[in-house]
Structure formats: C-alpha cells, structure tokens
Design a protein around this ligand. Structure first.
Ligand code: ZN
Ligand code: ZN
Length: 342
C-alpha cells in the first residue's frame, strides 16, 4: 500500500510502498477515510528538534488526525476516530485503569505507524465510534478539537472575558470557537501572513483578526479592544517570542495558556510576570473521556467548524498538501486514500 513515511532522520517525507499491516491481539485494522495534516507533521517533515524523539521509530508512517472504518473487533463496520496516544498497558497507572496517568506512551503517526496510508492498525481501546450524522471531514478534526477543549479547560471559566488567541491554525480556530461558545465577551485572533486561515475564521464568524505581518500585535489588537488589556491569552503559534508579546497585553492577574510545541527555548523577563501576578500555564493532552464529548460538540457546532477544512486531496498528492500547509496557503488539509492506493 501507499504510505507517507519519515524514512530517515533528516528533513523530508517519502511516499513509499509498504505491506498492509495486520492487526495483532487487542488491535483493530482501520480502513482510513481521511487524515488531517497537523502542524506537528510539518515539524516532523522539517525535522525540528522537538520531534527528534521519533528517530528510533524510523521508518514510520505519519498521520494522527484521522477517521476510518474498523474492520474487526466490537466496532467492526463502524466509522471510528482513534486517539493517537497509545498507553503502555503494563505500568501501575494502566493496570490500575488510570490510563490518563500513563507515562509510557507511543504516538500513532509518530512512534508507531499512522494514517497517511489506506490501512492502519490501532489498539481497540483507542477507537471511538463516530455518530452517523458527522461527516468524515469533521470527524478528522476530532483530535485537534480535543486539544482546543483541553486549552479551554486549562484556562478555566472564560465567560465575560476578553480573549486573545494567538495562532489562527486548527488549534487556534477551535479555541476561538469554543471560547465564543463559552461566553467570552470578545475573541481576537492574531496570525502572521495567514490569509487562508483568516478566511476560515471569517467564515466561522470571527471579524477581529490581526495580521502581525503588517502591524505590531499591540497596534493591531488596539483596533479591536480600544487598548483594553486581555483577560486571557491562548498561544497556539509555536513561536516562543509571542509569549513575551502576549504578557505585555495581558491584564494584572491575567492568564496565558500555552499550547504550541516550541522548537526553541524562550528568554523571558519574569519580573513583570511576578509583579503583575500573571499566570503562565501549559496545556496538552486532554483526558480520554473528552473524545466522545468532542464528537458530540462537533455535531452541535458543525456549521461553525465546517470552514476549518480548506482542502481535501488524495493521499497520492500528499506532497502538494504538505506544500500548501507549509506555505500557509491552506487552513486544514485532509488527505484521503483512494481505492488504487491498496
Ligand atoms: Zn495533531
Ligand atoms: Zn501505562
């Protein structure tokens, strides 16, 4: 079958022919229908240091945001989304049933084969059934939406707050939609030369957009806030310096929630943060129990979230899809295997 793989510990990805996988004990073979290109896939392509941890797993098929049809097991014949984080099953937390606390994980599409391929084998317990009413395109957004949900949880109650979302990609789009739904008084989204993602945000009903390519973040946000500080900032850029900019626009006792994976460290003057009692919080993987909730939310917010997917391409055109994503010419790109791919 055709598979998009990391084949060497260097920049680049390759479309290669590999054998169709076989499901082992406790595993399900999934016929992939659609897989999203994630920012982390771009990092793996570029081979940025934060993803060097996958080196021992090379060659590996990437792709972790996907929907497909289970071929065996209790969900056979049903569409499923798959939690990409695979718990070890043998540590104290796992044997105790506290899977969210497992510290020895493997990542589907990172350290074990993923879904930029027609077939992928996954642990049965990672499969979550998709409601029939939800399209493949929407279902493929489940994983990033759970990341956005966790960011909202990390932030706490957003009702009545003035919110800045830095980074207009899928995670930022999801955060903006969830913050508005949760009653934020204002949601401003910033990006840098991100026309395609801004188009998606406009279609989602967001008008307060700031392009820091043409103006400073402070100047751009002032147009929308009148200079009032933000109560809450979400960082979803992966650019460390944006944290410094965010803190300058944050009110005393305000919170910055960091969701980006940062390729470089940040030199940060902590004294203003201390004097202003500002909170800096990291947010990453949500509990497993969020997945069915995310699917239900997407059903409810279908019309709002639909513009997030800008391109659907066949898997064979993966390189074109990655070029669109790298070049910021797309919002979310989905790759779909075709019958001829295996
Ligand atoms: Zn992802
Ligand atoms: Zn474990």
């Amino acid at each position: 079958m055709l598979a998009l793989q990391k084949t060497s510990p260097a920049a680049g990805l390759e479309l290669v022919e590999v054998p169709v996988p076989e499901a082992g004990a406790g595993e399900v073979l999934v016929r992939v229908r659609a897989t999203g290109i994630c920012g982390s896939d771009l990092h793996v392509d570029d081979w940025t240091p934060s993803y060097a941890f996958i080196a021992p797993s090379i060659p590996v098929t990437i792709g972790h945001e996907f929907v497909g049809v289970a071929q065996n097991g209790p969900l056979a014949g049903r569409r499923v989304v798959v939690r990409p984080s695979v718990t070890c099953g043998v540590c104290a937390a796992c044997t105790d049933g506290r899977h969210d606390a497992c510290e020895r994980r493997r990542g589907i599409g990172m350290t074990r084969d993923g879904a930029f391929a027609p077939w992928v084998r996954v642990p049965q317990r990672n499969c979550v059934p998709v409601p029939d009413s939800l399209s493949d395109d929407m279902a493929a957004l489940t994983e990033p939406l759970t990341i956005s949900m966790q960011a909202l949880r990390t932030a706490g109650d957003v009702a009545g707050l003035r919110v800045l979302v830095m980074g207009p990609g899928t995670i930022g789009q999801g955060i903006a939609a969830l913050a508005r739904r949760a009653g934020a008084a204002q949601v401003v989204v910033s990006g840098c030369d991100d026309a395609a993602r801004f188009d998606a945000l406009r279609a989602m009903g967001f008008e307060a957009l700031v392009d820091v390519k043409t103006q400073s973040l402070a100047d751009g946000t002032r147009l929308h806030t009148g200079g009032a500080p933000f109560d809450l900032v979400f960082e979803a850029t992966g650019v460390p310096e944006t944290i410094t900019e965010a803190l300058a626009l944050l009110r005393r006792n305000g919170t910055v929630v960091v969701t980006g994976i940062h390729a470089r460290p940040l030199a940060l003057d902590l004294t203003p943060l201390v004097r202003n009692q500002q909170q800096l919080r990291g947010s990453f993987r949500p509990p497993e129990s969020d997945w069915p909730l995310a699917l239900a939310l997407m059903g409810e917010m279908d019309a709002v979230l639909r513009p997030m997917v800008s391109h659907v391409l066949p898997l064979a055109r993966a390189h074109e899809g990655f070029a669109l994503a790298h070049g910021r010419q797309a919002s979310k790109v989905l790759l779909c295997p075709e019958v001829g791919d295996a």
